[in-house]
Structures are given as structure tokens and as C-alpha cells.
Design a protein. Sequence first.
Lengths: 350, 252
Amino acid sequence: MKGNEVIGEAAVYAGCRYFFGYPITPQSELVAYMAKRLPEVGGCFLQAESEISAINMVYGAASAGVRVMTSSSSPGFSLKQEGISYLAGAELPAVIVNIARGGPGLGNIQPSQADYFQVTKGGGHGDYYTPVLAPSSLQEIVSLTREAFRIADEYRTPVILLGDGMLGQMMEPVEFEDEKPLPKVREKKWATTGTKGDGPPKTITSLDLNDTQLEIRNNTLQQKYAAIKEKEVRVDEYLLDDAAYAIVAYGTVARIARTAIDRARKKGIAVGLIRPVSLWPFPATIISEYSSVLKAILTVEMSAGQMIEDVRLAVEGKAPVFFYGRTGGVIPTVDEILQQIDRLTEEVAI
Amino acid sequence: MKTVFKRTTGLTDAETHYCPGCTHGIIHRLVAEVLEELDALETTVGVASVGCSVLAYHYFNCDMTQAAHGRAPAVATGLRRVLPEDRLVFTYQGDGDLASIGMAEIVHAAARGENITVIFVNNAIYGMTGGQMAPTTLLGQKTATTPEGRSSQLQGLPIRVSEMLATLDGAAYIERVSTHDPVHVLKAKKAIKKSFEIQRNRQGFSMIEVLSSCSTNWGLTPEESLKWIKSQMIPYYPLGIFKQQPCIGEES
Ligand SMILES: Cc1ncc(C[n+]2csc(CCOP(=O)(O)OP(=O)(O)O)c2C)c(N)n1
């Protein structure tokens, strides 16, 4: 199965029965997969007239209390930002997939990590965050898609699953049975499904014309974000026990970095990998702890340098932080990263 | 004593925030009365839009979701695709919301034949933001953004939404009504009832365009406003049924 199709099957496995999408490369296989798969399980797939409509259909479906998903790639993901802000404001659970591609503008269809700022810093208007999960293998797509739906339901929040064109298009064997199925959707008392005599009418809105009321609402959101920061940080650590150096990389780049690290280790360089799996909340504490004992840190991204800002904030000057990035859909090679590891050891030795 | 008129249970006790002379309140009451008469208050989910009626969820006595500006038909689509068939779903939208920023959403909801009711309130202006030009603003009409009056050369011609959507095969029922006098208010109610019945029969998309007033931003008294609907709006926006698909079983 292709990565995009794995996301679709993983969503179905997690109990998602509704999908509203719009074609865009490199995520179109997911839309096509859901068009075929959801009717088989009694769900509904609808191709919307735009990403804007798709995310608002998600808003409607989430209002009715079901697990629902939409997906896109960078330009289309930008169009969803208004809707994501409304989902956050109205506290509606949903999972939004971004299989990112080269930008800005129309860019190209090659893999990229240049949407990091957009997904981790809110993205739309207003004080909000969305949890962001970034798998780096197809098996991990299965577990993180499940996690995305769990977090969405548990905290009543939109959750982003972030991949890139490479992850979406690659093929790898996956096991679904290894994952515990996500429990059925608990009854969502707040959902607008018709009152059926169950008490007063329910309202879903992000509007509060009264300033103090809106501040109270915003404080509630912030408390929720604090709880997410406390409980939902995920990070993968590789060969860090004796490391003098560490690479920080996520998603596709982390796979390449791992191979480079294995080769550096053969040359006797003590380097390890810190792979943020949740990009928000960012594993700042872990990075901070390691930075007190590391000689230097290298951040590698398929961008001109976005996650590095969070890495630097976490490190707080305790170790030098270097950067290597490729953009425009160019994927850094193992050799390039290996060279950067060498550079790291030289610079720190001086 | 016989009760000849009572407040509908379709509205909450909340006092509306509408200006004197505005007919949003009347249109709310009509929708609410229809839902009460159809015994549908407990099985209806409404979608409020962005405009003067943004707080509609305070007034309608049924479950309500509030949508982003122009996106109510997409939100209603999401609800429709999830909710059981016995539920009724409606949107309540202004002309800026529906015919400008939300034009794509309304056209495609109609084209899909989405089984929803759309209450489209056409007051020829953006009320909430202080009286700017709407896509429905009449030629010559002065607004905050057409201080010299709307000109066909500069701003183009107003859009007749009902006529436009009636060209789509997916639309089952489209009618334009008015609120400028009691007779027309009663006709408007009949049309609104019809559209909910069509939805109940699962016949698909229906929209009732309701000509409405905005005394505050038109700069007219409430009485002058009603006259303005009759003398200025109706000639450009003729009343009537623009689309009526044969009922299921009636097709030959
Ligand atoms: C994305 C976005 N753009 C603009 C606005 C500002 N805005 C609020 S209401 C409105 C126009 C509403 O006019 P209409 O739909 O005709 O309804 P009315 O107020 O006349 O009832 C606008 C432009 C907004 N809330 N969101």
C-alpha cells in the first residue's frame, strides 16, 4: 500500500466514516481510497468543490458528533486555515492531513517540510494551536492516525497529521492488527443532532461578542493546550545514550538522518537522533535536557529552517545549533548529512 | 376565550438585537412557526451564518451550529451527510454571505441536490458591517462603498440568485417571496413551509429567497423601507416560483 492509502485505511480502522476531500498532488490517492473504501463500511465520502468547502463540511460533520477527516497538500492546506481556526474556536474534533509539497505559491509536487510554521504555530487567525503528529514510516502512520483521532476526541480539537510527498507515495508493508482499535466514539452530548426531547437546544459556535466572555473561552482553550503539552509529547530517541552530537529531524528527513547516523557511527562519531513525533507539542524538555550534555546539535529539514527556531528555543544556548536544509522539493541525501556531521565535529573541535 | 395568536415555541425567549424596521425578526418567526407546525423543533439542526443574523442560534429553539462567512451550505452538507434522514437541516444566510463570499458553496450545494432548506435573506446590502454594497445592491443604490450609487460600469449588475440557481438540475424548489406587507408575509410562510416539506420528502435542495429591509443602512424609516422593497426591489427581483421539480412519483 502507498502511504496515502495507509492513512485512509488507518482512519477507517480508527472508526472514521466520513471524509470530505479535494484532489491535489501528492495526496490524491488518499481521496480516491476513501471514495472506494468508505461506502464499503457504511460511511460517506464526498468530493467538495474546494478545500474551503471540504473543511467546512468537516465542521458540519464534526458538529454532528462523528469521527471525520479531510486531507490536502500545502496550497490546499492554506485554504483550510480559516476552517481549522473555526474548528479550534468551536472545539470540534477532526483530523486534517497535510501531505506537504514544495512552496511557496504553487511551488511543485515534490516532498517538503516548509509548512512547519503553518501547522505548529496555529496557522489561521486567533490564539490557538493544533496538535501535529509527524510519522516517518508507513507503520507509524497507522499508529499516529489512531492517535490523531484519540487526541481529537479527548480534547475536542482539530489534529493535524503531517507528512510529505515522499511518505505519501512510498510503499512499505504495514500491519493493522498490531494496533489496538480505537474505542467507539463516546456519545458526544454537545453534538447538534436534534434535541429529541433531551433538554434544551445545543449550540456550536466560536463567537462571543462579550470581551470578558471571549477571554474566559480563550483561557479555557489555553488550559486545554497546557494539558496537551503535558500529556501528548512524543519523541523518538536513537543512539543518544553515549552521544556527543545529535541530529534533530522529523518525518522523511529523520529516516535519511538515521542512515547517515549509522554510517557516522561506523566511522567512530558518537552521534544520535532526536526525532520529534509530535511537532506541537514540541519535545522541548527532552531537547533541553540533552543539550546540556551534547557538544553540538544539527537540525536537518526540507525547508530553509523552520523547526530550528523551536530547537534553539529549547536549547537556550546550552549547545551550538547548526542547520542543514534543502528546499523546493530537493531531498537531502545520506552523503550530504554525513558531510554535515563531519562539519559539526570540525567546528566544535576548533 | 379563544387564543387566536400565540408566540411560537420555535423561538426562545431571548430578545432579538435587530434594528427597528428590520425584517430579520419576522423571517425568524416564520421559520420558527413552520418548524413548530411541522413538529420538527426536536429534529432540526439550523446553521447560522455571518451577518446580522449571526446570533440566530440564540433565537431559534432547536439545535444550531454557527458557520464561517459564506460556508453555511458546506456546514449543512456535513450535517446532512451524517444525520439520520428524519432530521431537518437548514441554513439562514444574508445576501453578502450567500451571494458573494459563499457563492461557490451555495451553487454546489444546489447542484448536488443536497437535501437541505436554505433561507436566503436579500436586503440588497451588507447590514452587519455598516451598509456596504452587496452583490444584490440595486443599480443607483447608495451604500458606504458605492457613495455615488452602484454603477453598472464600475460595479457590474446585481445578481438574481434564485433565477441563477433555478438553472441547476439539482435544485428541487426555488421561490422568491417578500416581507413588505402582511399578505406577502403569509405567502412567505407558505413558501418556507413548502421547502421544509420538500426536505422532509427527501426531494432535495430548496431555497426561499426572502426580500427584506435594512432601514438603518438604507437611511429610510421602517415604513419607507417596506415601500422601497415594493417599488424598487420587486421590479428587479420578481416574486414567484423559479423551480419546482415534480414530486417523486409525478415524473412522467
Ligand atoms: C471572512 C470574513 N470576511 C468578512 C467578514 C465581515 N462581515 C461580517 S457580516 C458581513 C456581511 C453580511 O452581510 P449579509 O450577508 O448581506 O447579511 P446582513 O448583515 O445584511 O443580514 C461581512 C462582510 C467576516 N466576518 N468574515
